[in-house]
Design a protein. Structure first.
Lengths: 289, 280
């Protein structure tokens, strides 16, 4: 498969200065990270606050360029300044707070805004806006004012604005952190559908482990370094290690692990509620044998 | 009863003619940890802005300690020291050059002398666990979790009787979430501060509250203990909310015929219940 996003030995440092402009210290926010994400994958980046995950994510659409190492997005080196807009068209970013991302007075205007900046013809913009809104299930709100929408709806409008630019990849930095449970589910369902049905590559940053049970790959960051990488089943096998890193695991995974530690023959890791219930059933039967 | 909302209605949306708050009544006892949950736009933030008279109701009123806070000669300035609000975004609340100055701002405004102000600021920062070496850094250089602690200290320095926290853990990682919520719990346990918590995290709400008020489209939907509220899974889901994941797991076990208690809100209790009630 084609590597859509690739980082090679990426390090990002920034200098902290005091009030007089003297260098206080140098912070290494990302430390020698190499990852690759294939076209059409849905991946998650997790890590505690300050682990470097957002800084890494900002490299994936050239909001930041590495101090050392190289980032390629669809084969383009992000340090090539002349290609910055190509990169941002290929890899769009959705942020945590929906209120900071919406600019239009009407939903469909807001969604078309990015396309306008790309210099696309008006008729085509309208077509794209319609398709984008349908793809996140917000078409019926096209004429609404964004500030009348719920948090989950606003986030889906932000996602539609990026989809309208026909990106290959969407990076979402804690898109559900501000949302209520229903809003969270709407956003996760929308990006999962974009991934499965329209083959958009999804890079999701989140603290909510339940949201990433179904992704293809998880990258775990700590102190700027990539410390674990694997499928959800591989990563969530390491409950103790994740706990040490200040992270949690899905609730069913945690309960499964604790039941196993209490002596029950549960096969680990358990990822979903349904799996846990069937493992408990199996553990009961195995005793009667 | 420390705080009573009495048929509170608030209308700001003249176009929609919809009530942001619609005939909301409840009471909060001294020393309780009360959570207010509800979908975005359900009226939670507008509601808590009534608790210290930042908003004035269109109808109904609030009684604090037996007195109507919207009466003409009620001392609302004194009320704002007793009922402290910590807003969701620390960046909207922090503004001084140093952490210490920021925390001094509230008590200075109360007209206390310099010595008392400094003592209170120091105590408040210690109470929330801000290390001395951060006192003279700019609050804007701190991490999200540290900023949250400083905004809480800024309110604590006014020695409030009630601390209202609007989504204090949104965007924080699990470790910081727990740390912030434990500060709130400690303030209640050690100092008897009444805590009002607005949250979207069903897990946090279940673990820390004595009492939960559920809002839906400006109306009060449910009001009860943790068990009473999380028993109503369908009602909560209708209102864009949910039940904690552990509770959902216990309910699924129950559906499969295991006779387990479903009033379970964390992994350890779930494991204990499964080991006790299911014969392996």
């Amino acid at each position: 498969m084609n590597k859509l996003v690739k980082t090679q030995d990426v390090t990002y440092e920034y200098v902290r200065r005091d009030d007089d402009g003297n260098v206080e210290n140098i912070v290494t926010a990302v430390d020698d990270v190499s990852i690759s994400i294939e076209d059409g994958q849905m991946v998650a980046i997790i890590g505690h606050n300050g682990s470097g995950k957002s800084t890494l994510a900002k490299h994936l659409n050239a909001l930041l360029t590495p101090t050392e190492g190289t980032v390629w997005v669809d084969g383009i080196d992000t340090s090539d300044e002349s290609r910055v807009w190509d990169i941002r068209q290929k890899a769009g970013m959705v942020l945590q707070n929906p209120d900071n991302q919406i600019v239009g007075q009407v939903v469909e205007e807001d969604v078309g805004f990015g396309c306008e900046n790309l210099g696309i013809k008006t008729e085509e913009i309208w077509e794209r806006v319609v398709d984008a809104l349908k793809s996140v299930d917000m078409y019926e709100y096209r004429g609404s004012s964004p500030n009348k929408l719920s948090g989950g709806q606003k986030q889906r409008v932000s996602i539609a604005g990026i989809i309208a630019m026909k990106p290959k990849c969407i990076i979402l930095d804690e898109p559900t952190a501000m949302l209520d449970p229903k809003g969270r589910k709407e956003v996760i369902d929308a990006i999962t559908r974009l991934n499965k049905e329209e083959n958009v590559t999804i890079i999701l940053i989140t603290h909510n482990m339940e949201e990433i049970i179904g992704v293809d790959r998880i990258f775990v960051m700590d102190k700027g370094k990539l410390v674990m990488e694997g499928t959800p089943r591989e990563v969530f096998s390491e409950v103790d290690k994740l706990t040490e890193l200040g992270l949690t695991v899905p609730e069913a995974t945690l309960i499964g692990k604790k039941l196993y530690d209490s002596g029950l023959p549960i096969s680990l890791p358990v990822l979903t509620k349904e799996e846990l219930v069937s493992e408990i059933g199996r553990a009961r039967l195995s005793k009667f044998r | 009863m420390l705080l009573i909302a009495d048929h509170l209605s608030y209308k700001y949306d003249k176009l929609n003619k919809k009530n942001v708050l619609d005939d909301v009544s409840f009471s909060i006892n001294k020393g309780e940890i009360v959570s207010i949950i509800g979908h975005t736009g359900s009226g939670k933030s507008t509601l808590i802005e009534h608790f210290n008279a930042l908003n004035t109701p269109t109808e109904g009123t609030i009684y604090y300690d037996g007195k109507d806070i919207f009466e003409k000669d009620y001392d609302r300035k004194a009320l704002r020291a007793k009922v402290g609000l910590v807003f969701q975004y620390p960046d909207h609340q922090l503004f001084e050059e140093t952490v210490y100055k920021d925390v001094c701002f509230g008590p200075t405004n109360l007209g206390l002398d310099k010595k008392e102000v400094e003592l209170r600021a120091y105590e408040a920062l210690k109470k929330v666990g801000v290390e001395d070496d951060l006192f003279f850094t700019s609050p804007f250089e701190l991490s999200g979790g540290q900023k949250k602690k400083v905004t809480i200290a800024g309110v604590l320095a006014m020695k409030p009787e009630v601390l209202v926290l609007d989504e204090p853990t949104a965007g924080l990682d699990p470790k910081w979430r727990e740390e912030i919520l434990n500060i709130a719990k400690r303030l209640r346990d050690e100092d008897g501060v009444t805590i009002i918590l607005v949250s979207h995290s069903m897990e946090d709400v279940a673990r820390y509250s004595d009492h939960i008020i559920v809002m839906d489209h400006g109306k009060k939907l449910l009001d009860g203990t943790v068990d009473e509220v999380f028993e109503q899974a369908e009602v909560l889901r209708e209102a864009s909310l949910d039940i904690p994941e552990s509770t959902a797991i216990m309910r699924l076990l129950r559906k499969e015929g295991y006779m387990v208690n479903t009033a379970i809100y964390d992994a350890d209790s779930a494991v204990r219940e499964i080991r006790q009630k299911i014969r392996f």
